[in-house]
Design a protein around this ligand. Structure first.
Ligand code: TXA
Ligand code: MG
Length: 341
């Protein structure tokens, strides 16, 4: 495993080196990954970690992901890497897969929300990998949004949420995936998905050859992933999620909302949007059947709707298979009302 080096581009640009320097001194810097922008700090600075929790308004028991650029860093931050985890790393790293592993004593409890485990990922983004390797220290990085808001997919989204309260933003343009990484834990029974993402259940099952479990939060049990218990990904506007047959009622519902003074945005596949009368905003998932455009654009659409003063966002469900499962996971969490299904 440790022979598998991750070769990353190292930027030598002055601005880039400035960002590295800020991180080295314990500052917090937003940077792009292939999923969403992260708000990074060196994993070994409790002070910097505290600042991340403070600026985000994040509950202190919701742990952070530690981002690495080289397999060698695994032995610094984890106690052990089970062979199933190693298999997943071989196939999916660098990439949008986060693996929960036993933490080493080097990782402060402030980063793990008091847990004995640490979530680790190697992002597939040249800027992220270069930042970490130039610094030579893994970076803790939650998504770079105010707690409860949709994750940022552009540097402007980060600016909109934080203004001057963070030390720097490394602008790497729009992120590719648009949704946060898949989070998995490894147990005696195999791999459990704690948060679906672009590395799908189907992809993991193909890689390991056994079925994957999907953990749901149980009402009376401590959540396996603390992040699951918090309201997430929500725009200010009310989100109405239309499922199954109810999608055909969407044009009527949109009219009703408009007639009662609502400022309505509609998000859905092209053929659905074509059925809806004039609204404040129409935002497309593209041709029916695609999930990648929905994933890529969902959070940006939520933010655009909020900026336009939209009061109600009507969204069409998509098939919860492959990447669609991650889209539906975020939509279900954002929805204030589910209609049909
Ligand atoms: O794509 C991503 O994962 C982005 C980019 C920046 O890497 N990061 C991200 O971080 O989405 P954040 O903090 O917004 O979400 C991390 C999730 C939370 O749901 C948290 O509860 C879970 O990972 N998590 C972190 N450490 C964990 C642990 N030790 N055990 C279980 N879940 C953990
Ligand atoms: Mg987040």
């Amino acid at each position: 495993m440790h022979s598998l080096k991750c070769i990353s581009v190292v930027f030598r640009d002055e601005q880039f080196l400035l960002a590295v320097d800020i991180l080295r001194q314990g500052g917090i810097v937003a940077f792009p990954t292939e999923t969403v922008y992260g708000l990074g700090a060196r994993y070994d600075s409790e002070q910097a970690i505290a600042k991340i929790f403070a600026v985000k308004g994040r509950p202190s028991d919701n742990p952070l992901i530690v981002h690495i650029s080289d397999y060698c860093q695994l032995s610094e931050i984890t106690l052990a890497v089970p062979s199933l985890a190693e298999q997943l790393m071989q196939v999916f790293w660098p990439g949008p897969l986060t693996i929960v592993l036993p933490k080493s004593s080097a990782v402060p409890y402030a980063a793990t929300g008091g847990l004995e485990t640490v979530a680790v990922r190697m992002p597939a983004h040249a800027v992220a990998l270069s930042l970490i390797s130039a610094l030579g220290i893994p970076l803790v990085a939650p998504s770079a949004n105010l707690s409860g808001k949709p994750s940022p997919t552009t540097a402007q989204h980060v600016r909109d949420d934080f203004g001057e309260t963070i030390d720097a933003i490394v602008d790497g343009g729009e992120t590719e995936v648009g949704l946060e990484s898949t989070v998995v834990s490894i147990g005696v029974c195999g791999v459990t998905i704690l948060r679906p993402g672009a590395v799908t259940r189907e992809m993991i099952e193909t890689a390991i050859g056994v079925p994957v479990l999907t953990q749901q939060a149980e009402p009376h049990m401590p959540p396996p992933s603390p992040g699951m218990k918090y309201m997430h990904y929500a725009p200010r506007a009310e989100v109405l999620l239309f499922k199954g047959q109810a999608v055909t009622d969407m044009p009527q519902q949109v009219l009703l909302l408009r007639n009662t003074g609502g400022v309505v945005a509609v998000i859905g596949y092209e053929d659905t949007l074509a059925q809806v009368a004039e609204t404040a905003m129409k935002m497309t998932f593209g041709k029916r059947g695609r999930a990648d455009l929905a994933a890529h654009n969902l959070y940006a659409y939520f933010r655009q709707a909020d900026q336009a003063g939209v009061t109600h966002i009507c969204v069409e469900e998509i098939a919860a298979i492959g990447l669609g499962a991650a889209v539906m996971n975020r939509l279900s969490k954002a929805a204030t009302r589910v209609i049909g299904g």
